[in-house]
Design a protein around this ligand. Structure first.
Ligand code: SF4
Length: 319
């Protein structure tokens, strides 16, 4: 585990160095939460505790934010959610069409629990260009654990995934589809999930990602808890909530550390305020960056290849 963490820290530093060159003046990633609503109650997510639950951003403010983002002159990732499930949003197709038309540099990524993906909604999404990835945060392959940890019906989610898989095989879905699990790396459950997912849904990719603790608001099964002595790649993001407040980053689930408000400020001006620019330019460590970074152990990491390789070398039982 210690070697893994050292490798991940090197990856974080490398990622920061790349972003520092290309994204000083524009975000590399924008979360836009148009409707703060999710149908799941995942035990590893802070959504059940956030104060803005149920808040809907007005159409006018959505359009205003999209107009602000036209100032971005480099390819960037656009995510139509923050702490919400995009398929809870009846305006999803409208928003994505507008983004696709107005922001040709936006590469759209959708992350969902998948439980609300009907064939009709998937067809609407598939008709929109520039979607590069749809990630289904599935996490478990055992119905009872899934229900307990995420508060959703496993069979219903599998029905939705079956539809999506058939559409992918038939060529109706052009973008990459991933099944995601918040991994622990050392757990046999991670390997079991990878085996199960590959075998039931061979047209999908499978991804295990490092589990983070939402600035200490959730307990996670990881050995280290120290604040890494490096800068953070999340300093190149904008994380816009349904109220218009811009949260500090993806880990600031309840927007306790607000950077600005798109109701009264331009989104790019919020990104470029002097204190935040200075942080990005100097590459100061998180410990020197003040709250909330000086108490954050966040790591952005995919563990898939390590687990897949070790899973291939061993025989794990199917779920
Ligand atoms: S709070 Fe954590 S994840 Fe967010 S920008 Fe700071 S160090 Fe990065």
């Amino acid at each position: 585990m210690a070697k893994l963490v050292i490798d991940l820290l090197k990856e974080q530093q490398k990622r920061y160095d790349e972003l520092k060159v290309a994204y000083q003046n524009f975000p590399s990633m924008v979360h836009l939460e148009t409707f703060a609503a999710c149908n799941a109650t995942c035990s590893f997510c802070v959504y059940p505790d956030i104060r803005r639950k149920g808040t809907r951003m007005s159409d006018d403010l959505i359009d205003k934010v999209i107009a602000d983002l036209t100032a971005i002159t480099k390819p960037f990732t656009f995510l139509p959610f923050k702490l919400s499930d995009p398929f809870m949003e009846p305006r999803l197709a409208r928003v994505l069409k507008k983004v696709n038309f107005t922001l040709p540099l936006a590469r759209i990524e959708i992350v969902t629990n998948g439980n609300l993906m009907t064939a009709e909604k998937l067809k609407e999404v598939a008709a929109i260009g520039n979607i590069c990835k749809l990630v289904v945060s599935l996490n478990y392959c055992q119905a009872d654990i899934y229900r307990r940890m995420m508060g959703l019906d496993f069979d219903r989610t599998l029905q939705r995934l079956d539809i999506l898989h058939r559409m992918k095989i038939d060529g109706e879905i052009y973008f990459t589809v991933m099944l995601r699990r918040f991994g622990t790396y050392t757990s046999d459950d991670d390997r079991r999930f990878v085996h199960w997912a590959h075998s039931r849904y061979p047209a999908f990719k499978v991804e295990l990602i490092w589990t983070n603790d939402w600035l200490g608001d959730r307990r996670v099964p990881r050995a280290d808890s120290c604040v890494p002595n490096i800068p953070c790649p999340r300093w190149f993001d904008l994380s816009i909530t349904a109220t218009g407040e811009v949260a500090y980053c993806c880990m600031d689930g309840d927007a306790k550390y607000v950077k600005g408000n798109v109701n009264s400020q331009n989104a790019i001006d919020i990104y470029n305020q002097p204190e935040l620019s200075w942080r990005r330019k100097t590459g100061m460590t998180r410990q020197d960056a003040g709250l909330p970074c000086n108490r954050c152990n966040y790591l952005q990491a995919s563990l898939t290849s390590k687990v897949v390789h070790s899973a291939a070398a061993s025989k794990q039982p199917a779920c």
